[in-house]
Design a protein around this ligand. Structure first.
Ligand SMILES: [Zn+2]
Length: 352
């Protein structure tokens, strides 16, 4: 009798005790590290001891195998409920449970969007959802981009292989203005009743960008559309000033400068005074106390004509505000790539 045979005996007594206590299953004991070591040691034994030792170890293994077939060990009753979509741990209980909602929170961009849609709702704007796939008519033609006009290059986005009914490629919208024609056509009946068309369109925009800390191939915008009789640039400025001051909870100064968009005339680039600095000290959010925030302008007569609205009678303004950029400014977020990273450390910072 050598020491290894004694060890096999000791191991067998331990296994028997553990099975009797019902703490562990025979299947688990078959994976026991010590048993594996002993099985591996058989080959290395001198010829004289190999037979006896090999038989002892294999007997132990057979004992566990038959115990497994008899179902020794803790009972494994199937759970009454199994929620395959639940995270780990939830199915350990007898009944499936949903996670406590306090585990999650709204994405910071969703918060910005909800807040702004709320502000504009109080100003009389209804919200219409944007599309994530559209066609060239809504992306370009309806917005006064003539075919082959170089301004189309400014809105470099993604074209699909799938075609629309006219045989033209579908497009991932490069701005939320793709909804303008639909909104104007759907709501133009209001104008005859003396009511304005006042709509905001939150949604995703796609651009063929090289991704870096300030550029992404997808970002969120909030489009605004207002059409009525005798609308002026002053209405445009007052509306945006009011809404953005409400968002930043302070009275903001504005700076507008001329710009070019095919779908507005005149067009403006719109900057607000920095809500975070005195405009004298250097600040990492603004440049010289100003933050360029959005593009806007008076809706081009051709855009109204495309929606069968008479531009000699009605006019209006539109804007495209970057929700992603606004969220970065509001929270001092230095890298746009955090938003879609799925990193919990990032998201947890915005828990209310
Ligand atoms: Zn500043």
């Amino acid at each position: 009798m050598n020491e290894h045979l004694e060890e096999v005996e000791a191991l067998r007594r331990r296994f028997e005790a553990e099975l009797a206590a019902g703490e562990v299953s025979a299947a688990e004991l078959l994976k026991d590290r010590r048993l594996k070591d002993l099985l591996a040691a058989v080959k290395a034994k001198p010829a004289g001891q190999r037979r006896a030792f090999g038989r002892a170890v294999n007997d132990l293994k057979d004992f566990l195998t038959s115990a497994r077939e008899e179902g020794a060990g803790p009972a494994t009753e199937p759970l009454a409920y199994l929620d395959v979509t639940a995270p780990f741990g939830v199915n350990q209980s007898e009944t499936a449970a949903l996670l406590d909602p306090s585990h999650g929170s709204l994405h910071p961009i969703a918060k910005t969007q909800n807040e702004l849609v709320g502000i504009f709702a109080r100003m009389g704007f209804e919200a219409v959802e944007s599309r994530q796939l559209d066609n060239e008519f809504y992306m370009f033609d309806s917005l006064n981009f003539p075919q082959n006009h170089p301004a189309r290059d400014e809105f470099d986005t993604f074209f699909l292989q799938e075609k629309d009914a006219d045989g033209r490629a579908l497009v991932a919208p490069a701005h939320t203005s793709t909804m303008q024609n639909r909104v104007l056509k759907r709501l133009k009946g209001r104008l005859e009743k003396g009511l304005p068309i006042a709509v905001v369109v939150p949604g995703r925009a796609f651009r063929n960008e090289d991704v870096d800390s300030t550029h992404d191939h997808m970002f969120y915008q909030l489009e605004g559309i207002y059409v009525a009789e005798k609308v002026t640039v002053a209405n445009l400025i007052a509306t945006l000033k009011e809404a953005l001051s409400a968002f930043f909870k302070q009275e903001l100064e504005l700076k507008i400068q001329p710009f070019y968009f095919p779908f507005t005339e005149p067009s403006f680039e719109f900057a607000i005074s920095c809500p975070f600095c005195s405009q004298a000290a250097a600040c990492r959010v603004c440049s010289g106390g100003w933050i360029e925030l959005l593009g806007c302008g008076m809706i081009h007569p051709n855009v109204l004509r495309m929606a069968d609205i008479d531009p000699t009678r009605y006019n209006g303004f539109a804007w495209g505000l970057g929700l992603t950029r606004l969220t970065m400014i509001g929270h001092g977020i230095e890298d746009i790539r955090h938003f879609a990273s799925g990193k919990l450390e990032f998201l947890r910072q915005f828990k209310a």
